[in-house]
Design a protein around this ligand. Structure first.
Ligand SMILES: Cc1cc2nc3c(=O)[nH]c(=O)nc-3n(C[C@H](O)[C@H](O)[C@H](O)COP(=O)(O)OP(=O)(O)OC[C@H]3O[C@@H](n4cnc5c(N)ncnc54)[C@H](O)[C@@H]3O)c2cc1C
Length: 460
């Protein structure tokens, strides 16, 4: 079988790329290893033993970053929906109430209105307010999408504007954990992308969770004539001196194309080409705890949507030394998005940084014991935040779960520290889309799929 383009992976970037190509009449197939789409941001369901109810869980989706109001111009979300010809209202977005950066000595709230963060900085760090405003101006003027820009340390730039270490650490923490493949620092271009995505635009969540996004993408892809094949694991990518020629599936089937767009990750794609991959595997993976309570969570003060929690004044963003690191966490209360149903069960989700090898080396009984430890630590942190409710269900997934369901080596979530910003590999016709092209998260990976397929699938 021969195609104009083959796409590896039905995650956010693969589906978005597929829509663009099929929309312009290309014969395109998306090949997905699993039985459902979504990749790192998929879904599953479980029966709650005590109530016999079937509960729908999102794998990721704490927040859809880059919130934009309907019709708001020049915003990534608006551009994305226009490119995919998906209506804004179809997403049924619920905005965050507010989120909080919660360090030992200070808390900073932010929302979808940047003025909240500005007023928080003004009242908590008054001596830094002018510096913060200057940094903000510099961010607005910076060209973060220059594909040829050299690496610039975000921490160094922050130091040149903000004198107080605590404020620097607080500002960078959410941006690191929501989008850096690098430990303890990030490229300033990526910092600017994330600053805008989190602080200037903000968070929302489709009322129906990640399934809403995925079913919109799947339906659109089929509507424009694309072919989506599940249980189709690509074993190898075929190429010669003149470039890529197609792929071979695990069952031996050969598919031909002179263009292959891979969202599997850079080291994973190189592995499919029998090229060396070890040096470029990223280090950052996570555990995720999901707790379901018998009723909606009662917060003592107010109702934050996401808390970026850190139990000291210095933030360590790095692979955990020992299985998991409970000294910091991202805590999401999905019920605290506006217009969510205020009756029924309450849900909390907590993410810890983790260490893939340690989880991977455990035998089953020890693995379960460690998962229980993660659960206890998650509850301890919630208790510190005065969230104590009657739990009816809990689940913990680990870096090895992420590896099993997404095929990412070492369960990496933000991919390799080597990014192919222009999408091109050394093999003609083989392109990287999604996380390892350099744009992370749900919105980022869809934009990556769109821009790289536009560039090499439609313009060439
Ligand atoms: C726990 C967790 C929470 C998250 N929370 C958020 C959040 O709140 N907000 C946010 O914006 N982002 C979040 N993310 C990140 C976000 O999910 C990812 O950045 C994004 O989904 C990446 O999409 P992608 O298309 O680049 O890659 P992937 O999702 O990794 O898609 C790659 C696809 O390729 C398939 N594949 C791999 N190898 C093969 C092969 N050989 N053959 C066929 N198919 C193959 C995989 O099965 C997968 O479906 C979270 C991630 C995790 C794990």
């Amino acid at each position: 079988m021969s195609y104009d383009a083959i796409i590896i992976g039905a995650g956010m970037s693969g589906l978005a790329a597929g829509i663009r190509l099929a929309m312009y009449g290309k014969k395109v197939v998306v090949l997905e290893k699993h039985t459902i789409s979504g990749g790192l941001n998929s879904y599953y369901q479980r029966r709650i033993p005590s109530t016999k109810e079937i509960f729908q869980f999102d794998v990721g989706l704490h927040a859809l970053t880059n919130f934009a109001k309907k019709g708001e111009k020049r915003k990534p979300l608006t551009k994305l929906l226009r490119q995919l010809r998906i209506g804004y209202d179809e997403l049924e977005l619920c905005e965050q109430t507010f989120s909080q950066i919660h360090f030992k000595s200070a808390k900073l709230n932010f929302s979808n209105d940047f003025e909240l963060l500005q007023s928080e900085v003004k009242s908590i760090f008054p001596e830094e307010f002018d510096n913060f405003q200057k940094l903000y101006q510099y961010i607005l003027e910076f060209n973060e999408v220059n594909l040829n820009a050299d690496y610039l340390s975000a921490k160094k730039v922050l130091e040149s504007y903000i004198a107080t270490p605590l404020l620097r650490e607080m500002l960078i923490a959410p941006l690191l954990i929501y989008g850096s493949a690098w430990e303890n620092d990030m490229d300033f271009s990526q910092f600017v992308i994330m600053f805008k995505a989190l602080y200037l635009e903000g968070f929302s969540r489709p009322r129906g969770g990640v399934r809403t996004i995925l079913s919109l993408l799947e339906n659109k892809f089929k509507e424009v004539g694309g072919e989506l094949r599940y249980r189709s694991s690509v074993e190898s990518i075929e190429y010669n001196e003149s470039g890529v020629s197609g792929v071979v599936l695990k069952n031996g089937e050969k598919l031909e194309s002179k263009k292959v767009f891979s969202s599997a990750g850079l080291p994973e794609t190189m592995d499919m080409c029998q090229k060396d991959k070890r040096s470029i595997i990223g280090k950052l993976s996570f555990t995720e705890t999901i707790l379901v309570f018998d009723k909606k969570i009662k917060h003592s003060e107010n109702e934050p949507t996401i808390i970026f929690y850190n139990d000291s004044d210095q933030y360590n963003y790095q692979r955990a030394q020992n299985f998991y690191d409970a000294s910091s966490a991202v805590i999401c209360f999905p019920d605290n998005y506006e217009s969510q149903n205020k009756d029924g069960h309450g849900v909390a989700r907590l993410t810890f940084m983790a260490h893939f090898d340690q989880w991977n080396n455990l035998e089953k009984p020890d693995y379960l014991t460690k998962k229980n430890e993660v659960l206890s630590e998650s509850k301890r942190i919630l208790k510190n935040l005065n969230v104590e409710q009657s739990e009816i269900y809990s689940d913990v997934f680990t870096p090895t779960t992420i590896k099993r369901y997404t095929n990412h080596f070492d369960g990496t979530v933000y991919g390799s520290t080597t990014k192919y910003r222009d999408g091109q590999t050394k093999i003609d016709g083989l392109y990287i889309i999604g996380t390892d092209q350099g744009f992370l998260g749900i919105v980022g990976s869809m934009l990556s799929g769109i821009s790289i397929s536009n560039l090499y699938g439609l313009m060439e």
